[in-house]
Write a protein that binds this ligand. Structure first.
Ligand SMILES: Cc1ncc(C[n+]2csc(CCOP(=O)(O)OP(=O)(O)O)c2C)c(N)n1
Ligand code: SF4
Ligand SMILES: [Mg+2]
Length: 295
């Protein structure tokens, strides 16, 4: 193909890769289906989509999509995705992972990617458990839940992921549910179209180790799926924090959405300035000058 040819738009068939190896009825299947729906709808160019993940059942996501993809180190997907986003601003960068990957070992990276407002979309498939390693307590496991690491029930207070995400500096924070594909489609689409660090905390049931975990938010199981009210001011940080106060089952929708310069924009302006200051010099000369300044 000549380099000037128009890139081909994606179809769902082209986006699918290996058959997912998740357990039957695992919530992550629905997240994958929603991702296919939205990326196809937005008509991205195939070679412009990249999916990064750490380790966990949910983090196997890149294997199941036919895009650029990296199955990376547990908890380290965000720093890698940050580098990709900053160096290739033309790409649509997605990060997928679980509650353990994102809120436990990767918790620090999440804070920093959010405060820097890196332009990417992060989907946390929160099942309140470590699934891949077969049932250990995660940072979102409720108090008293028995697991391999807490045979007498969890004794450590769980984190409030929505409160952490809103306060971390993320500029788009939404909450969705794997049993509500239409809602997920809408949240993912809005997150992807947002310029900056967008994150969708998505409740995704681990049917193997924590069945019934989200019944309180599934109407056909007697729960309530309550949407964030129309009156909620998404740009109001205090109002967003107030929404995070009770997540049992809590509200679903966009908690917080604001505009702030991304690191991508700030860094690129800085690089342009620096290049202008060295106009006419070769890369080697610039390096030499910088090193001699440090002597
Ligand atoms: C550095 C490191 N520590 C621990 C592990 C073991 N480990 C693999 S996945 C995982 C937790 C997975 O839980 P989560 O991120 O919630 O994903 P899930 O399987 O529930 O989707 C752990 C502790 C590892 N692979 N690497
Ligand atoms: S162990 Fe749980 S999270 Fe992992 S694939 Fe099975 S149902 Fe899904
Ligand atoms: Mg998990």
């Amino acid at each position: 193909m000549s380099s000037t040819a128009e890139p081909k738009k994606l179809t769902k068939k082209e986006l699918k890769a290996d058959h997912p190896t998740w357990c039957p009825a695992c919530g992550d299947f629905a997240v994958l289906a929603s991702f296919f729906n939205v990326v196809q709808k937005l008509g991205f160019d195939h070679e412009k989509v990249v999916c990064v993940a750490g380790i966990g059942c949910s983090s196997r996501f890149p294997y199941f999509v036919n895009t650029h993809g990296i199955h990376f180190i547990h908890g380290r997907a965000l720093p890698l995705a940050t580098g990709i986003s900053l160096s290739r601003p033309d790409l649509h960068v997605f990060v997928f992972g679980g509650d353990g990957d994102g809120y436990s070992i990767g918790g620090n990276h999440l804070t920093h990617a959010a405060r820097k407002n890196i332009n990417l979309t992060y989907v946390v498939m929160d099942n309140f458990v470590y699934g891949l390693t077969k049932n250990q307590t995660s940072p979102t496991s409720p108090l008293g839940r028995k697991s391999k690491t807490d045979p007498r029930g969890a004794i450590d207070r769980p984190i409030n992921p929505m409160a952490q995400l809103v306060s971390s500096g993320a500029t788009f924070v939404a909450r969705s549910h794997a049993s509500q594909v239409k809602h997920m489609n809408e949240m993912f689409e809005r997150a992807i179209l947002h310029n900056g660090f967008s994150v969708v905390e998505t409740l995704s049931e681990c049917t193997m180790f924590y069945p019934g975990s989200f019944d309180d938010s599934i109407p056909r199981k007697g729960g309530e799926f309550n949407l964030v009210g129309e009156e909620h001011d998404k740009q109001d940080l205090a109002a967003a924090m107030e929404l995070t106060g009770d997540l049992t089952p809590g509200k679903f929708g966009v908690y917080y959405e604001t505009e702030r310069d991304t690191k991508n924009e700030l860094e690129s302006a800085w690089v342009k300035d620096a290049q202008a200051a060295h106009a006419g010099l070769s890369g080697q000369d610039i390096l030499r000058k910088s090193f001699s300044r440090m002597r």
